[in-house]
Design a protein around this ligand. Structure first.
Ligand SMILES: [Zn+2]
Length: 264
């Protein structure tokens, strides 16, 4: 059974609809395959969200409108920002995550490097990972007292050293970090904030991913790729062996300003 088979069966497995022997094969694969374990966890999170937060038989458009109306008004909500923010936007985020299920990476059809334009897959992955951070009860495994506290925390938790040239400032304070995933590999997750907008930065090994070949723009000293998807702006770039994905619902221009600080 390969990864593609497993991902076809994951949903049925969660619904308990697989024959016992098939279910055992799927579980056995998930236990030894990090990429499928990642998707398995995403499916679990999604199922849980759907059961907890969304009506049983939603009319998609009406639902989306109602959820969109629950996004907080700009300038609302004082500190503590995270729990309030999360509570306010969780239903809308859940809806966004539902839409994300149709994304190709979840079904395992991530295009290989050099074949076609992989940008869509990377953008979808970045948005999904950002949503997962936002929906998490405790997104930060290390709270920030500054980059000098967060950086050493990653040592021994990743198989690479994340290079983060910008440790936050008054405009874009660093809130903290965590270890997460990007596609099939571990990632350093750093969460910054601009006013009420959380910003996720994912740093990971760049090799073997379908990096976009065109559509780039120059940000700081690097070729970056910027795209807006489902209300979030994603900026992707590579520096040396490392890949970077920046995601936020922040105004795209402000996010580009932030990206230029990160690139250095
Ligand atoms: Zn697999």
């Amino acid at each position: 059974m390969d990864c593609e088979d497993v991902r076809t069966y994951l949903l049925d497995d969660h619904r308990g609809q697989l024959a016992p022997e098939l279910a055992r094969e799927v579980r056995a694969h998930v236990e030894r395959c990090a990429a499928c374990a990642h998707d398995d966890a995403a499916e679990h999170a999604l199922s849980e969200l759907l059961e907890r937060r969304l009506p049983q038989h939603p009319a998609p458009l009406a639902l989306k409108r109602r959820l969109a109306a629950q996004w907080p008004a700009p300038g609302a909500a004082p500190a503590p920002w995270w729990p309030r923010w999360r509570r306010a936007v969780a239903p809308a985020l859940a809806a966004a995550l539902v839409l994300a299920v149709a994304a190709p990476w979840l079904t395992g059809r991530l295009p290989a490097s050099g074949r076609g334009d992989g940008a869509q897959a990377l953008v979808a992955e970045a948005v999904n990972d950002h949503l997962r951070v936002l929906l998490s009860e405790h997104p930060l495994e290390v709270e920030s007292g500054g980059i000098h506290q967060v950086k050493p925390w990653f040592a021994g938790r990743l198989d690479f050293a994340p290079v983060v040239p910008f440790g936050g400032d008054v405009e874009f304070p660093l809130k903290g970090g965590a270890v997460g995933w990007f596609v099939d590999r571990k990632a350093a997750v750093l969460v910054y904030q601009r006013r009420l907008h959380p910003i996720s930065l994912f740093v990971f090994r760049a090799d073997g991913l379908p990096w976009p070949a065109r559509g780039g723009e120059r940000i700081g000293g690097v070729d970056a790729y910027r795209q807006t998807a489902r209300g979030f702006t994603v900026v992707l770039w590579r520096t040396g062996d490392l890949g970077y994905a920046l995601v936020s619902d922040l105004d795209p221009k402000e996010l580009a300003t932030f990206a230029s600080k990160l690139v250095g």
